[in-house]
Design a protein around this ligand. Structure first.
Ligand code: NAD
Ligand code: FES
Length: 295
């Protein structure tokens, strides 16, 4: 069992939990995810890691209520436990494996949208801990939905906050801030990391392609079971079939076919849609990830 030591509501339908999971905390890196299960019969829920402390063995997760399972999860309190807390899963963010001196010469821009701010945080914190200051844009629909602002400010080089409705700091979407920084303020970025809703990542990628900034995205939103078995997270990257949970979750955003991924995501929600995908794609996992030996 994995004890919840802190449970906090960050905003409407957005919750943070600190969980005692020492083995995950010791091994995890930014970009990776965990699968949580509330009880034996519970749904497996994949969640990107928001923070970890190797000393105390605490892993922080942030989640949004989107259905019955996450609604039930939101009612858990400090002292309650998860039945399973499996991880770390997926591949760490690419920069974690890069030569530090090369990395120090790169100017990085992070674009975080809504709940996507949570998985951006450990990446920016990792960079700060390694002597690298990254610029961060955080976008939220409205002031009340902005999360982790103080935490992000503490680890970012420059933090730019924007709200769709202008209720806090400035009005506009994250893409408006990217344009402003690059086109009006003449900032140069070697790489952009965009994490948030699919539609945001699609539009950030369209813009950064124009601006010639290589861009990484996290395809966590299309994952369902997170095990490579359900086929939900199948996507096309540079013309090749990939699975977000085994090959990602991070990919070269300029190579991702977002329209197809978003269409599949919608279809996967219904039994009829899943049957249609199976008809069109076969048993979607087999042969796709390159990790299972086509078994
Ligand atoms: P949201 O809808 O409130 O959007 C957040 C910000 O994204 C907006 O404030 C805006 O600045 C930007 N944005 C949205 N649409 C845009 C567009 N068309 N063009 C440019 N910018 C745009 O976000 P939310 O409700 O917090 O997001 C929830 C979604 O985030 C869920 O679908 C969830 O799956 C996803 N999510 C993704 C990750 C990940 O790893 N990629 C992690 C957590 C959550
Ligand atoms: Fe099911 Fe990746 S989430 S195959």
């Amino acid at each position: 069992m994995y004890k919840i030591v802190k449970a906090e509501q960050l905003a409407d339908k957005i919750y943070l939990m600190d969980v005692e999971a020492p083995r995950v905390a010791r091994a995890c890196e930014p970009g990776e995810f965990v699968i949580v299960k509330m009880d034996e019969a519970g749904e497996r829920i994949p969640l990107t890691i928001c923070d970890y402390d190797r000393e105390t063995g605490i892993v922080t997760i942030v989640f949004q209520v989107v259905g019955a399972s996450t609604q039930k999860m939101a009612s858990l309190k400090a002292g309650d436990s998860f039945r399973d807390f499996v991880g770390p899963l997926g591949r760490p963010s690419e920069f974690v494996g890069e030569d530090l001196e090369t990395l120090k010469n790169k100017k990085m821009l992070f674009v975080a949208g809504g709940v996507g701010t949570a998985p951006v945080y450990p990446q920016v914190k990792w960079l700060r801990n390694h002597g690298i200051d990254a610029d961060v844009i955080v976008g939220a629909k409205t002031k009340e939905l902005l999360i982790l602002e103080d935490q992000m400010r503490a680890v970012a080089g420059n933090l730019y906050v924007t709200t769709d409705d202008g209720s806090y700091v400035r009005k506009g979407m994250v893409t408006d801030v990217v344009k402003d920084l690059v086109q009006n303020q003449g900032r140069h970025y070697d790489v952009c990391v965009a994490i948030g809703p699919m539609i945001m990542m699609k539009f950030v990628c369209l813009l950064t392609k124009e601006l010639n900034i290589p861009t990484i995205v996290s395809m966590n939103p299309i994952m369902v079971d997170g095990t490579g078995m359900c086929g939900a997270c199948r996507l096309t990257v540079g013309g090749q079939v990939k699975f977000a949970c085994v090959d990602g979750p991070e990919f070269d955003g300029h190579q991702v076919n977002f329209d197809e991924a978003m269409k599949r995501q919608q279809m996967y929600k219904t039994e009829e849609g899943r049957a249609m995908l199976k008809l069109k794609e076969g048993d979607t996992h087999h042969g796709g990830c390159g990790n299972c030996g086509n078994d």
